[in-house]
Design a protein around this ligand. Structure first.
Ligand SMILES: Nc1nc2c(ncn2[C@@H]2O[C@H](COP(=O)(O)OP(=O)(O)O)[C@@H](O)[C@H]2O)c(=O)[nH]1
Ligand SMILES: [Mg+2]
Length: 477
């Protein structure tokens, strides 16, 4: 086959309900692929092209399951004419027979020379009809791979039967868990797909490298989204003028709440950008129940688990400890004592939450007309920023490892439990912590030049972490 210029196309075939659509969805990273617990819902083939930079690089075709494998095989075995044309002849001979509607439909991409990915559920016993299906596919003479999708993870006692039978009919066999597959596992599958036919090797090698480049770009873009969030947060503050001294406490509280809400909203939209970047367009997968991301950004637990310890913060920020304490700028004209008490009451909440409260600076400035302007933000406490970075990285670790076929809400098996400081930033070596501390400082001072100087290193550090997350295929927190 002269496939060098053609876009590789793979028909995903198998018995109804074995996970064909799940394999298509995960491999094509397309969450539009309908997946259903009801067997036989797919009646038409549907193509899912994979686009990189606006160009189609490979195409997966979802198909209906085999309907009459036994009779189809009998017909094929009895067919004595031009074997090159066996699929066309089968379709022509059964086009109007409703009993073979699905079998004809699934044969169409094969008639056009698509490669075959045959999906079986390896957690159930092998049956005669399975052997028939495999034999049909062998008789097509097309390049083919068997994918053993184990639906019931604990059930592995039939695997050897499947493996030895599949070996008799397929060029390559892979165990692939469609619902749990990570980037690395998808790439491994494509690597083995390369081996199913030498004629397809160059095209598939190009597909793999396009996938890899695209992935690297996604990681870079994710790092940029996280840093842009930091920029936005460092530029954000809310303020209000208050004329009645009795209202200062209430207004301050209101501003604090608004500030927190704003930051949470900004974080939410950054996470959505990351989610989209990993092609999750439709489904909002609930995070695993114990994920730290289920905690509010300003919750006590977020502040305890993520970010850095006080010592680390102090070390990162240098001698000053400017990152530590609350910077409460009370330039008051007149009623200083009252306001001070009010604010003291407001922020004196103790515990780790104290850190959250301290995250924003409050300043109360006297205005000529006897009123005061209360301002909350921008964030003066580096901890908030490290927590945002940690949460961004944690979110990305989930987004990049959600198989597109997963539509349920059960937690991934790859989540690690943890205690104590468990984010990424607390693990950074000191030079990295200092790098970000300098970045925050430059942003606060609105020193654009310095910020731009540090930016590439900051992005590189974040990208490296994302790279590590993606190759270790581990979802943390
Ligand atoms: N737990 C689990 N369920 C799966 C897996 N693959 C498919 N399923 C489920 O099996 C059913 C059929 O899957 P689908 O991909 O639509 O199979 P198809 O009929 O062969 O296209 C759906 O309810 C899927 O959620 C898997 O690897 N693990
Ligand atoms: Mg299906």
């Amino acid at each position: 086959m002269t496939t060098d210029t053609r876009i590789p196309a793979f028909a995903v075939l198998g018995h109804p309900n074995e996970g064909k659509s799940s394999v298509v969805s995960t491999l094509a990273e397309d969450d539009r692929v309908p997946i259903s617990p009801i067997p036989g819902e797919t009646r038409k083939c549907r193509e899912y092209p994979v686009m990189v930079d606006g160009k189609e690089i490979i195409r997966f075709i979802d198909t209906p399951g085999f309907q009459q494998p036994r009779q189809t095989l009998r017909w094929m075995q009895a067919y004595t004419e031009d074997t090159q044309r066996i699929i066309d002849a089968f379709i022509a001979g059964h086009a109007h027979d409703p009993d073979f509607e699905d079998d004809c439909e699934l044969s169409k991409p094969l008639a056009q020379g698509a490669g075959i990915i045959y999906v079986v559920d390896g957690s159930r016993p092998l049956r005669n009809t399975d052997v028939d299906e495999m034999e049909i596919l062998r008789m097509t003479g097309l390049p083919r791979m068997a994918v053993i999708n184990i639906k019931e993870k604990e059930e592995t006692s039939f695997l050897n039967d499947w493996r030895s039978e599949a070996l008799r009919h397929f060029n390559t066999i892979r165990i692939f868990d469609a619902h749990q597959a990570t980037y690395v596992e998808r790439m491994d599958l494509l690597e083995s797909l390369k081996r199913i036919d030498p004629a397809w090797q160059p095209a598939l090698a190009r597909v793999i490298s396009a996938f890899q480049q695209d992935w690297e770009q996604r990681l870079k873009d994710t790092a940029a989204v996280i840093l842009e969030l930091i920029d936005a947060v460092l530029g954000h503050g809310v303020q209000k003028t208050c004329r009645d001294p009795d209202q200062i406490k209430a207004v301050s509280k209101q501003l604090f709440d608004q500030f927190q809400e704003d930051i949470s909203r900004m974080e939410g939209s950054a996470h959505q950008k990351i989610r989209k970047r990993f092609k999750h367009n439709i489904f909002h997968r609930a995070l695993p129940a114990r994920s730290i991301l289920n905690e509010d950004l300003f919750s006590e637990k977020s502040w305890r688990v993520l970010g850095m310890t006080r010592w680390q913060l102090a070390a990162a920020a240098g001698a000053g400890g400017g990152a530590l304490g609350a910077k409460i700028d009370l330039a008051l004209a007149g009623h200083s004592l009252g306001v001070f008490t009010a604010l003291g009451g407001l922020i004196g909440v103790g515990s780790a939450l104290m850190g959250a409260r301290e995250a924003a600076s409050i300043s109360v400035k006297g205005l000529p007309i006897g009123s005061v302007r209360i301002r909350v933000g921008a964030a003066k406490n580096d901890q908030l920023l490290y927590i945002l970075i940690d949460r961004g990285l944690v979110y990305a670790s989930h987004a990049m490892n959600w198989a597109h076929s997963r539509r349920d809400q059960t937690p991934s098996e790859k989540i690690k439990a943890s205690t104590g400081k468990a984010g990424f930033t607390s693990q950074w070596e000191l030079s990295h912590k200092k790098l970000f501390a300098r970045y925050f400082q430059a942003a606060r001072k609105k020193d654009a030049l310095k910020k731009e100087q540090i930016r590439p290193d900051a992005l590189r550090l974040l990208t490296d972490i994302l790279q590590k997350i993606s190759t270790s295929a581990q979802t943390v927190l």
